[in-house]
Design a protein around this ligand. Structure first.
Ligand SMILES: *Cc1c(COP(=O)(O)O)cnc(C)c1O
Length: 365
């Protein structure tokens, strides 16, 4: 059994015996959708108490044999990441801030009482999967190869304690436009459910947070909206984030506000990138609480002109309408705002290697 003292050279490679035929793959890449098609390979690394990380493989993507007592099935000890590989303007391939995903993965691991994965091993695993499946990266504008590193408790036992065995896997899925409707601006529903409470797991990227958000999200869809927005758990007053995206508010004076990272919202890498890009533009960005009442009032008075959501999957998405139990309001013209579009173009241009990268965010493969 190979342990991973030197992760650089410890992956065993098992190429897929029957990879997807070129014509079939090209068909998928012409219209990839989101999260429904997968590449031929996956990365797998095991961890156990005593051995640490071992048995790193790149092999065919396949089902994982699982004992019915597998700990993750009972107490949901699971975390994940999401990042993208982009075709570059010069024909190359690049990852966007993978070291930030590696750091956040370990922050999530600590909160869920799971072992940390050395950052170099995280980045190496992602790079290797992209390299072996690079034929799966769609080239069209707005498309990419979505990478999903994740870790779960794989020990077979029933008992409430941190597991003594884990599996880390990386899978990849070609991605087109995230929102099926392709709508220029989304409509969001203010939920009466909450996503995260102070002291909870809101800042960790764990599957459990998403399980809890499905009923509110379904309610939003049922009422004809695209996404749900959550308020804080303590006062039910302050805007936190969407189910899987952070929020920015844009004011008529050109300044921006985004909710602060107090432990109940997910520290988005897109959020952090937008913050830096807006400051590069000379704009004032405040990380401060913003209430639903203020949002409604500012949208009505014209003090607030745009709102957008941001996250890796959908990049930057304008919010056109907000609805809740006590009525609805429109943001700006109800369509995509100017600054939203500008920041989105700036970010996408850096990701695709079409603009200078002053912050060193792009990792070319
Ligand atoms: C992943 C995620 C985000 C966005 O994070 P990015 O790093 O920008 O993709 C925002 N909110 C939640 C709840 C998330 O899980």
């Amino acid at each position: 059994m190979a342990t991973l003292a030197d992760p650089e050279h410890q992956f065993s490679l098992l190429p897929h015996p029957a990879p997807t035929a070129d014509a079939v793959r090209e068909g998928v890449l012409a219209n990839p959708g989101f999260g429904t098609h997968f590449t031929d390979h996956m990365i797998s690394i095991d961890w156990s108490d005593g051995l640490g990380w071992h048995d790193a493989t790149i092999g065919p993507r396949q089902p994982i044999p699982m004992d019915p007592a597998c700990a993750v099935l009972h107490y949901a000890q699971e975390i994940f990441e999401g990042l993208k590989a982009y075709k570059q303007a010069d024909g190359g391939i690049a990852l966007f801030r993978p070291e930030a995903n590696a750091r956040r993965f370990n922050a999530s691991a600590r909160r869920l009482a799971m072992p940390e994965l050395p950052e170099a091993m995280f980045i190496d695993s992602v790079r290797r999967l992209v390299e072996i499946d690079k034929a799966w990266i769609p080239a069209a504008e707005g498309s990419s190869l979505y990478l999903r590193p994740f870790m779960f408790a794989s020990e077979a036992f029933l008992g409430v304690r941190p597991a003594r065995q884990y599996k880390y896997l990386v899978i990849a899925s070609p991605a087109g436009n995230y929102f099926k409707s392709g709508a220029p601006a989304v409509s969001i529903w203010v939920s009466q459910y909450t996503r995260a409470a102070p002291g909870g797991t809101g800042a960790a990227k764990c599957g459990g947070n998403y399980a809890a958000s499905l009923v509110p999200q379904a309610e939003a869809i049922e009422r004809g909206h695209d996404q749900v927005v959550f308020l804080d758990a303590a006062e039910h007053k302050w805007i936190e984030e969407l189910g899987g995206m952070n929020l920015y508010f844009v004011f008529a004076d050109g300044s921006l506000v985004t909710p602060p990272l107090t432990g109940t919202i997910l520290p988005g890498i897109t959020r952090d990138s937008v913050l830096a890009l807006a400051r590069d533009e000379g704009l004032t960005v405040r990380e401060e609480r913003y209430s639903l009442d203020q949002w409604r009032e500012d949208a009505a008075s014209g003090r607030l002109v745009e709102t957008f959501a941001c996250g890796t999957a959908a990049v930057v998405t304008p919010v056109g309408k907000v609805a809740g139990h006590d009525g609805e309001f429109v943001i700006g013209s109800g369509g995509p705002g100017q600054l939203t579009q500008k920041l989105k173009s700036r970010l996408v241009a850096i990701q695709r290697g079409e603009a200078p990268d002053p912050h060193g965010w792009v990792m070319k493969l």
